[in-house]
Write a protein of this length. Structure first.
Length: 206
């Protein structure tokens, strides 16, 4: 994580470095991102960057933490409803809100996409282990759904996660054009998730 010297910088300079790093990690996954490009666009010497971070991975971990903290804050209204809504209702709210986050903060969204698509699995696993990224929220929702009986107990949790993650990615990434009507797309998200819901509902014994 950042050294004390980074936090001692004037706010505008910290923001400049952070913003340029976000742009670079939005353009490229970790293994393709260039520390030299970041410092060049920030107008600082590369040696100065090493006074603030130990290297590219250190900077990347900081950016990922900041991006996911921003997303968690944006999704806070979802978790405030977790005791009132069932799994399917909560999933709908979660993915509709996530779509709005991607539209409002496209660079931050691209950073999260590149995080999961990076070929440097070791770096991603290290960060998941340190919990810079909270990847358990959906699984917590799913577990609550299983316990409440709203989801069939025979459902394979890993398979459910895979399907929802793949569908949500398509519903978000393919509909980021500014011309997309929010109300229409929210309704479409609900329609798609309803298809998944019907497949997950418990079935009566024949």
């Amino acid at each position: 994580m950042p050294k004390a010297t980074f936090f001692n910088l004037p706010g505008k300079k910290r923001d400049l470095i952070t913003n340029q790093a976000v742009q670079e990690f939005a353009r490229h996954p970790y293994e393709g991102a260039s520390l030299s490009a970041i410092v060049s666009r920030a107008g600082i010497a590369k040696g100065s960057m090493y006074q603030y971070f130990t290297g590219k991975k250190d900077l990347y971990q900081y950016i990922i933490q900041e991006v996911y903290e921003k997303k968690r804050e944006f999704l806070k209204p979802v978790w405030e409803e977790k005791d009132r809504l069932n799994f399917f209702e909560l999933a709908s709210l979660y993915y509709r809100r996530s779509w709005h986050f991607a539209r409002k903060y496209p660079l931050h969204h691209r950073v999260t996409v590149n995080f999961w698509e990076s070929r440097d699995i070791a770096v991603r696993d290290e960060m998941l282990h340190k919990k810079e990224v909270r990847s358990t929220e959906f699984l917590e929702m799913l577990e609550a759904g299983l316990l409440s009986g709203v989801i069939s107990r025979s459902a394979d949790k890993d398979a459910v996660w895979f399907v929802y993650h793949a569908v949500a990615k398509a519903l978000i990434d393919n509909f980021l054009d500014p011309g997309v009507n929010p109300e229409s797309h929210e309704a479409y998200i609900n329609s798609v998730l309803t298809v998944l819901e019907l497949g997950l509902r418990p079935r009566k014994e024949q």
